[in-house]
Design a protein. Structure first.
Length: 225
């Protein structure tokens, strides 16, 4: 349940369908008064497929020249913490999410550090790549997440590029950096999964170039009270 900024309250739920298909879950949701706020493609990448494509993709990422890509495991370097929080605060407003009624949130340093501590405590590694602009600001970020309890399988977390820095293939450069880091760190890693709203055409194109294939469709359901 989400309280919108205009005083409305919405209820959100999810349903899963075969790729490109429909099913009883969607019909049931409609009968219960839910609308489909967003359709997301759940995608999987076999890392052997990624390795086969990687060199050709690296040439495309050369447009990111002038930006420095750094990587870290879960804990953001202190010098980039405030700028990272500023970018995280853009996530809900800048990533295409269809008609989902989600509000932006603030990410001060203490909130980021608390979240990092929780992840470290449960053994979840957030292998993160950051694009640092010439002025030192964080221009983009992407991550891959792997748990200590299962190092054969991982997930892509967030990927976002500041609108002021788009057009430099930073999304692709960041994805290459995180996927390369995951392969180096986990020799037994077999596959990664991710999800993107169907309206997020740019990131869908990047993921398809990397070798991701759709295995399921997620319906983000929503109704107002």
């Amino acid at each position: 349940m989400v309280a919108a900024g205009d005083g409305r309250t919405t209820i959100q739920s999810e349903a899963y369908l075969p790729p490109g298909g429909s099913g009883g879950a969607e019909a049931f949701a409609t009968a219960m008064g839910y609308g489909v706020a967003s359709r997301e493609a759940i995608k999987e990448l076999t890392l052997t497929d990624y390795v086969a494509r990687r060199e050709a993709l690296a040439a495309e990422a050369d447009a990111a020249d002038g930006y420095r890509i750094i990587t870290f495991d879960t804990v953001c370097p202190e010098e980039h913490l405030d700028s990272f929080g500023r970018l995280l605060g853009m996530l809900m407003s800048e990533v295409p999410l269809g008609e989902l009624d989600l509000e932006t949130s603030e990410w001060p340093a203490e909130r980021i550090r608390a979240a990092e501590q929780r992840l470290v405590a449960i053994g979840r590694h957030v292998h993160t790549a950051m694009a640092i602009a010439p002025d030192g600001e964080v221009a983009g970020v992407s991550d891959v997440r792997v748990d200590d309890t299962d190092q054969t399988y991982g997930q892509v977390g967030i990927t976002i590029v500041d609108p002021a820095h788009r057009g430099h293939r930073l999304g692709l450069a960041l994805k290459l950096a995180t996927h390369d880091l995951a392969i180096r760190t986990y020799p037994d890693l077999v596959s990664l999964d991710t999800s993107n709203a169907e309206v997020n055409t740019h990131m869908n194109a990047v993921n398809e170039a990397l070798g991701y294939r759709t295995i399921e469709t997620l319906l983000e359901l929503q109704k107002s009270l």
